[in-house]
Ligand binder design. Structure first.
Ligand code: SF4
Ligand code: SF3
Length: 543
């Protein structure tokens, strides 16, 4: 065994990548990521045991978010960048330790390493398998993955200038708890739910940040064809990066298109003023191998999901920023004011061919909470008259496994009196199908990125209020969620915290759930997997 990672849905054999990641992560990168997480645990311990005030920690808080984000699936494959981050975090940890008189610190708060070799030697002893009890390990990892997702969302909010000190305090509390051997399974189950509670707060913070800066998403038709200008493709989730790119490309003759999770940027009023913000090119992250080929122009990654490029030519057109990185790709850093200089991407675009058309037409989205609330009367009437029998929350992620065709078939075969509520890149499995509408309400309502699952929760809570129900589970809403990486974990934990029961998760249950932890989720929350499309539709419709 060279490494051990089981944090995503595509983990080898559903149990763990041990030689190299299915995602393309090398053992070295995986082990360095383990060590980076370990340093975050160390900083967390110093902060918690040393009683430090998170409001005074400024840059440390920000770098903790960044470190967690770097380890999310498909974010960063660059061993040098991860090594640099470990060094930075160790220096921060030591500075904090010098300020406090905490005793009985765990090894994560005191260990020292020097060069790459010594880091790698340390890393193999501090990863996932260093926790022997499989239930404790399962819960520690579930909490860690939830925290990674939470950190990603908090990082986007931070880029817009919004912070919530409670979130930092909780990150330290939770990460320190993952090395506390006195905590029992019950303690960690409680902490898992508390992670969900803070997940809701992180998504609320990001929603507030996004909507206060860019306006409330509104119903929008997004072009999926191309124009005949050179162009840049922007991927990932960070709207501030997109905004800077749109500003810098203004008047240059270079168009900008979104890929994957950046599609929902088109729904925000603030981005509609850019004539050169043309549309969305392609599909979910895993299609990038072929779609980057035909796009022809440079690609900017603002976050995951980055797939290791197959050719040198495509690699030379990929630029990373923020938490992302790939060896050999140019990484663009922000200056001290958060400004990024994208001029080399723009210059490259001018010399390359316009994108090749792979499809044409439009898709519709923009059904975040504000827009749906504006349509509330219409939706409530449709439910009351029986025109809408059931809603299906199908938020989450897409992935490359063939078994995910399930979600396309599921959307196709759902009865015509049902409406799909979606968010995240899971939508690409069905957002180009012609499934019609119900009295003008489209049957697929896309709220936005994965973090906009928060909108779906608000919509559910609003409907509960309108229908004067006691419990959100009495609503005609079923949850059939597709997961892939750790942001889906925080979305799931947030829904559990909000009291949502009977969520079905696919295409497979997480490899990090031990049989006993899975049992808790089944017994306490009614979590289930998926089976056959028709059988599942029957089950959901009769529930
Ligand atoms: Fe394997 Fe997923 Fe970890 Fe990559 S992120 S190494 S695919 S479990
Ligand atoms: Fe997709 Fe990676 Fe998760 Fe934000 S882009 S949902 S998988």
């Amino acid at each position: 065994m060279n490494m051990f990672c089981y944090q995503c849905q595509e983990t080898a054999k559903g149990t763990g990548c041990t030689l190299r990641g299915v995602c393309g992560k090398t053992a070295q990168v995986s082990n360095l990521q383990d060590l980076l997480i370990y340093t975050v645990k160390g900083i967390s311990e110093v902060v918690v045991k040393g009683g430090l005030d998170v409001k005074e920690l400024g840059d440390v808080n920000h770098e903790v978010l960044n470190s967690l984000f770097i380890t999310i699936t498909n974010a960063n494959f660059d061993d040098d960048a991860i090594e640099g981050q470990i060094k930075k975090m160790l220096a921060e940890r030591d500075k904090l330790r010098a300020k406090v008189t905490a005793e009985n610190l765990h090894d994560c708060a005191t260990f020292e390493v020097g060069d790459r070799q010594s880091m790698l030697e340390k890393a193999v002893n501090v990863g996932i398998l260093s926790t022997e009890n499989e239930d404790i390990r399962s819960l520690r990892e579930m909490i860690t993955y939830g925290i990674k997702g939470l950190a990603a969302y908090a990082h986007h909010a931070l880029n817009i200038g919004k912070e919530n000190p409670d979130l930092y305090a909780f990150i330290y509390e939770a990460m320190a708890a993952t090395v506390d051997d006195s905590l029992t399974v019950d303690d960690l189950v409680a902490l898992t739910l508390k992670t969900g509670e803070h997940g809701v707060a992180a998504m609320a913070l990001l929603d507030e940040a996004n909507t206060s800066k860019y306006g409330n998403p509104e119903i929008t038709e997004v072009n999926i064809g191309v124009r005949n200008n050179p162009a840049i493709l922007v991927s990932g989730h960070d709207l501030t990066d997109l905004e800077q790119l749109l500003e810098q490309t203004k008047g240059t003759g270079v168009d900008v298109y979104t890929h994957g999770e950046m599609l929902p940027a088109h729904y925000y009023p603030a981005f509609k003023k850019y004539d050169h913000f043309v549309g969305n090119y392609g599909n979910a992250w895993w299609k990038q191998i072929e779609e980057f080929e035909s796009f022809n122009g440079p690609i900017l990654f603002t976050t995951n999901c980055l797939v290791p490029p197959r050719s040198e030519e495509v690699r030379s057109r990929i630029f990373t920023t923020g938490a992302t990185g790939y060896p050999g790709c140019v990484h663009i850093e922000a200056d001290e004011n958060g400004k990024k200089d994208f001029s080399q991407i723009i210059e490259m675009a001018k010399k390359l061919n316009p994108p090749k058309e792979i499809e044409n037409g439009t898709i519709v989205g923009g059904f975040a909470h504000n827009q749906v609330f504006a349509l509330a009367d219409k939706i409530v009437d449709a439910v009351k008259s029986g025109a809408i029998r059931k809603f299906f929350v199908m938020a989450g992620c897409d992935g490359r496994m063939k078994s995910r065709e399930y979600y396309t078939q599921f959307a196709e075969r759902l009865p015509r009196d049902t409406v799909i509520l979606t968010a995240g890149c899971a939508k690409y499995r069905y957002n180009k199908l012609d499934v019609g509408d119900i009295g003008g309400i489209p049957r697929v309502l896309d709220a936005g990125q994965c973090n906009d699952s928060y909108s779906l929760a608000l919509i559910a809570l609003k409907l509960k209020e309108i229908f004067e129900l006691e419990d959100v589970n009495q609503l005609p809403i079923a949850y059939n969620i597709a997961w892939y990486e750790q942001k889906a974990v925080i979305v799931l934990l947030a829904l559990l915290y909000l009291g949502v029961k009977n969520i079905h998760l696919g295409p497979t249950l997480p490899g990090f759930l031990s049989p006993n932890v899975a049992k808790v989720l089944v017994e306490q929350f009614g979590i289930g997997g998926i089976t056959e499309v028709d059988e599942d539709i029957k089950m959901f419709m009769s529930a």
